[in-house]
Design a protein around this ligand. Structure first.
Ligand code: ATP
Length: 321
């Protein structure tokens, strides 16, 4: 039986992380555990930035974006000697188990800490939806809504000026944000790592639209496909005659009050993570698959194929072409 658990957020922040922290703290206290918050992810764990949490520590945070525990990246956490410092800090306080809210990198840290005697459970907190062991990650829904709101606004001015808009969205090698928002927007083209379109085909298609007197075009493209999206927009304009502007939405996509979907997802997953720790489990990550909350071994989760929403590509061919 465990008595003390910790919770931390790691990697990039995501709306809904606060709801997950709240769920872990409230569920832990409800089961009679002492709950500690680690500030600044694994960096804070190594530096001993660990604070005791009570009910009021997580009051009034469900609607807040970001993470009250703050987050960080610490490359050195891959070294066992650095992780040993973290383990020692936890042991000094008697903390026996940890909930880690973050992406796949954070999951690796959680698995390795488990192998060193601290049971860890990972929660998928990332806007990118790039974790295969869950249909949706915490933060993805809010992020896609933010993108849709931004693209709606860009569409207005794009249509008024009869332009083409090339809109780059986040995703970190995962095309889901582009795929979902492109579908939601009825974008003329969607370009993702799983759905690449050769440059000459993009230009030919946009030229065809412009020649057919199309008033505007919206192209949604995942980040990291073009190094210089503005140069690409200039090339499109030169070769098609379609006035083209590139927009990089940037970090606005990471912030904002979490959607109801993300809040509920985080609450369900956070409470389940505490159940798993109480059952003595570690080295696992929580997901939601077909609306059921499930747990996977972290190594198995990281091996799963990442094309969970590939079937949506067919819809795009039917609806957006
Ligand atoms: P996001 O999806 O937002 O990028 P992430 O959790 O994948 O989130 P990373 O920067 O990859 O973000 O990882 C977060 C932290 O997890 C790293 O800074 C590092 O401290 C730890 N980490 C990453 N990979 C490993 C690993 N192989 N072993 C131990 N710790 C790791």
């Amino acid at each position: 039986m465990i008595h003390k658990i910790g919770v931390l957020t790691s990697g990039g922040d995501a709306p809904g992380m606060n709801c997950a922290i709240r769920a872990v703290v409230r569920a832990g206290l409800r089961y009679g555990l002492e709950v500690y918050g680690v500030v600044n992810g694994y960096k804070g764990l190594v530096e001993g930035q660990i604070i005791k949490m009570d009910r009021s520590s997580v009051s009034d945070i469900v609607n807040r974006g970001g993470t009250i525990l703050q987050t960080a990246r610490l490359r050195e956490f891959k070294d066992e000697s650095v992780r040993q410092i973290a383990v020692n800090n936890l042991k000094k306080l008697g903390i026996e188990a940890l909930v880690v809210i973050g992406g796949d990198g954070s999951y690796m840290g959680a698995k390795k800490l488990t192998e060193m005697g601290i049971n860890c459970v990972g929660l998928p907190g990332t806007i990118d939806n790039d974790i295969a062991s869950t249909d949706y990650t915490i933060g993805f829904d809010t992020c896609q809504n933010t993108i849709v709101e931004c693209v709606d606004k860009i569409r207005d001015t794009t249509e008024s000026h009869q332009r083409c808009a090339i809109i780059e969205v986040m995703g970190n090698h995962c095309g889901d944000l582009a795929l979902f928002t492109g579908l939601a927007e009825g974008a003329e083209m969607i370009i993702t790592p799983d759905h690449p379109i050769p440059e000459e085909d993009i230009i030919a298609q946009l030229k065809k639209l412009h020649d057919a007197d199309k008033k505007r075009a919206v192209v949604i493209i995942s980040e990291k496909i073009y190094q210089d999206i503005h140069a690409f927009a200039a090339k499109i304009q030169e070769e098609t005659g379609f006035e083209t502007k590139a927009e990089v939405l940037g970090r606005i996509q990471r912030g904002g009050s979490p959607s109801a979907f993300d809040r509920v997802l985080a609450a369900r997953m956070g409470a389940y993570a505490v159940d798993c720790l109480l059952d003595g489990k570690g080295g696992i990550c929580i997901g939601m698959v077909n609306n059921k909350i499930v747990a996977y071994d972290i190594y198995e989760a990281l091996q799963l194929p990442r094309d969970k929403h590939a079937s949506m590509l067919r819809l795009i061919d039917i609806l957006n072409a």
